[in-house]
Write a protein that binds this ligand. Sequence first.
Ligand SMILES: Cc1cc2nc3c(=O)[nH]c(=O)nc-3n(C[C@H](O)[C@H](O)[C@H](O)COP(=O)(O)OP(=O)(O)OC[C@H]3O[C@@H](n4cnc5c(N)ncnc54)[C@H](O)[C@@H]3O)c2cc1C
Length: 334
Amino acid sequence: MNIFENHNIKNSLQIKASCRFYVEITNKNDFNELYVFIRNKQLPVFILGDGTNIIPPEYYDGIIVKPLFNNINYLNETNIVSVGASINWHYLVKEMVSKNIYGFENLSLIPGTVGAAPIQNIGAYGQEVCNLINKVDCFNYETGKFLSLTKEECNFSYRDSSLKKGNLIIFSIDFKTDSINRLNLDYKSIQTYLDANKINLDSLNLNSVSDIICKIRNSILPDPSEVPNAGSFFKNPIIDKNKINTEHFSLDKLIIWDIDSKYVKVGAARLIELIKKDLIEDKNINIYDKHALVLTTNSKISQDSILDYANQIKSKVLEVFNISLEIEPTIISN
Ligand SMILES: Cc1cc2nc3c(=O)[nH]c(=O)nc-3n(C[C@H](O)[C@H](O)[C@H](O)COP(=O)(O)OP(=O)(O)OC[C@H]3O[C@@H](n4cnc5c(N)ncnc54)[C@H](O)[C@@H]3O)c2cc1C
């Protein structure tokens, strides 16, 4: 276990942020020492992956825990691959594609680590990571106990899981390598891409689908290593369709996916596009022109300034549509 004081907190929004303690955990034996350290310090604790979905404060008067587990082990007899929390997610996708293992390809190019993937049940292009998970191995830093959670115990739903609230450090995840055996091309933007480029379905394989997903993503999302951002800043809200205010815009101006006879999922990007002309500008924050759910920064921002801007968007969307938006990245608070 390595302990650093006054260490910076890496984050893709490029907020200048630091913490009182930064603790690297490199193997399972470190956890007992970490447990004692946390008990002695009596400070708040936050687990950090690659920092692509967080909004940190300027100074976190607490302990940042950084798991460093870099293993990938194939347990062929059980069709399981066991993957360390700090492996880069897209690296794992490429590894699975190269081994002809289905199910990961639609999640190509999602930034961040394997350990963070189940926290908000990462998803894209008609796939969610919960469909690939067998179990999640964690350490509870409040109780000092190790636990393995099954997929069911993680209570996965849209951009959510019970892992968000559990004082848990995920250090390894078991993925099933035989759960899916066909390409999933149903998502509308995949279909549009295939049609526009006259691609024959028979010519597709895991590798080409992964490439297509990367191309679609690169055409609409900023690369966080070049343009600071945290991906989608808001979740797509799931609401009662009858409660949407249609006084200013009719329903056909919105993007709506039916969930059941009462509830719908509404595309938050479209809501923001429709109200963005009424927002007070912030010279350091922009709504990305190719995808209104993404807020980009020039790195001269603070947690407060980006949250003020996000709250302005939330208020306007509530006023105009009677829809409450929820911020997607994790806000680190002291
Ligand atoms: C350009 C861009 C595009 C994106 N596109 C998508 C997308 O298509 N779909 C999608 O779902 N997300 C997307 N995201 C969000 C982001 O990629 C995911 O949330 C990713 O899982 C974050 O990984 P991370 O390692 O950076 O986690 P961090 O940002 O470091 O942490 C995120 C959360 O996970 C927790 N956490 C991290 N590691 C662990 C661990 N080992 N144990 C316990 N808790 C942990 C943190 O405490 C925090 O609550 C995008 C982000 C960007 C910047």
